[in-house]
Design a protein around this ligand. Structure first.
Ligand code: CAO
Length: 416
């Protein structure tokens, strides 16, 4: 079985998280990802949040699997020549530097197209064209400017960011999709094109149900929000919804046995309309099945809080897994709140390759998240991240055809 993206060469000018997420995905699917890093320095994340002195951080290793590392400074004379050759040889250039950085290296899009008209040039930036297009952006800025933070958290608290890296990794995923789409289009057109994804746009795309609610507000209160049942008026913008489900089936996070000491002794519980009778029987409220105040979903919308209070009295009598085991056979959707520790130790995730143990020559064994997308006929494995410049000579010789003297001269100039 061959890998799906075998034969595709990626010139990877990414750093930190958003760009590396994108190129790691392409590498998992078999693309040859050549990561270009500044000589002697490398991707800044190699040295950030280090847990072991002088060893590439988990931040770096977990975002740069299956890649080859080349050190190269395109701002030097021989560096520019090598970079030009890399553009000639590769199919896709991916970068997420601050706006204009690649232009300042001497390689604006027009020049890249001249060198290789088939080149696909993909970028992540914080914002698209507009008032903020020149700004540098990190994860939480994107969460705040993309609408996620204003709609996350509790009604009586400040906006909240989420631990899921929807700004960085989310935009990296969007970009990977754009690249594969452009590669597909190149099959017919023979030409490359620019692919851009702004982090603000990526976050807004993931928050689209909240823009749905913004427009629904013009036609009355959002009845599935628990604030409706609590008699709290809606303002003119989509409010923070706590743990409300965000869909048509009310849900909430409920305490389970041990919540006083275990911060993750909770379960997410959904009062799926189709199994309302099962829920009533399970929690010891069979009378709610026929009660006109509770029988139909619309009857319950003004009582979401007291209903979940009653369900919580029941969930607090057992642990989160017992709740799940009792609900599942009755088709009641629910999910235990799993900690990172529990996920790291979960055998089924190891078996599917979603959690993978990797061996690294300097740090030893560590865990990472493998490819969450599984293709039936195209395997994807996880190989350790490269050391800084580990493949410089190999790539200059085998991909670009440079000889030892040319490599020595480039090294002498500080270009590699
Ligand atoms: N050789 C020589 N110089 C190199 C180089 C190399 N191989 N690789 C990078 N550089 C230089 C660039 O040319 C640039 O220099 P100039 O500013 O003088 O042109 C500089 O290093 C990189 O600059 P940067 O501004 O991108 O880096 P930063 O640490 O100041 O900012 C970040 C980081 C992430 C805020 C910024 O890159 C950014 O906004 N990126 C776009 C949005 C994004 O992806 N954010 C996600 C961050 S987390 O995933």
């Amino acid at each position: 079985m061959s890998k799906a993206l075998e034969g595709v060469k990626i010139l990877d000018m990414t750093h930190v998280q958003s760009g590396p997420t994108c190129t790691q995905l392409l590498a998992w699917f078999g693309a040859d990802v050549i990561k270009v890093e500044r000589p002697g320095v490398g991707d800044a994340t190699r040295g950030q949040l280090r847990d072991i002195p002088d060893v590439d951080s988990l931040y770096f290793t977990m975002l740069n699997h299956n890649k080859r590392s080349v050190t190269l400074n395109p701002k030097t004379d021989s560096g520019a020549k090598i970079f030009t050759k890399l553009i000639e040889e590769c199919d896709v250039l991916v970068e997420n530097f601050a706006p204009g950085a690649i232009d300042r290296m001497g390689f604006p899009w027009g020049k890249i197209q001249e060198i290789n008209p088939r080149m696909i040039y993909a970028s992540v930036k914080g914002f698209g064209p507009g008032p903020y297009e020149d700004c540098k952006v990190y994860e939480n800025v994107a969460q705040c400017t993309g609408g996620a933070a204003s709609t996350t958290g509790f009604l009586d608290g400040p906006p909240l960011v989420t631990g899921a890296q929807i700004g960085d990794s989310g935009t990296g995923l969007h970009l990977a999709f754009g690249i594969v789409t452009a590669l597909y289009h190149r099959e017919q057109s023979g030409k490359g094109q620019r692919v851009e994804c702004a982090m603000q746009d990526g976050v807004l795309n993931l928050s689209r149900v909240k823009l749905r609610d913004q427009q629904r507000l013009a036609h009355g209160p959002l009845k599935e929000y628990s604030q409706f049942g609590q008699g709290i008026e809606f303002g003119d913008a989509t409010p923070r919804a706590g743990n409300d489900s965000g869909g048509g089936q009310p849900g909430w996070i409920l305490k389970c046995k041990g919540w006083e000491t275990d911060p993750n002794a909770y379960v997410y519980f959904i009062t799926q309309a189709a199994v309302w009778g099962n829920i009533c029987d399970l929690i010891g409220k069979p009378e709610w099945k026929e009660d006109p105040g509770y029988a139909k979903p619309a009857d319950r919308l003004d009582k979401i809080k007291p209903i979940f209070d009653a369900i919580e009295e029941w969930t607090m009598t057992m642990d989160k897994f017992e709740v799940m085991n009792l609900c599942n056979p009755l088709n009641i959707p629910c999910g235990p709140i799993l900690s990172m520790k529990e996920l790291a130790e979960e055998p089924s995730l190891r078996e599917t390759g979603t959690i993978v143990e990797v061996d690294h020559p300097e740090r030893g064994k560590y865990l990472t998240v493998g490819n969450p997308v599984k293709l039936s006929d195209s395997p994807s494995d996880v190989k350790r991240s490269p050391l800084l410049g580990e493949h410089t000579d190999e790539i200059l010789k085998t991909v670009l055809g440079l000889n030892d003297e040319e490599i020595a001269a480039a090294r002498e100039e500080g270009a590699i």
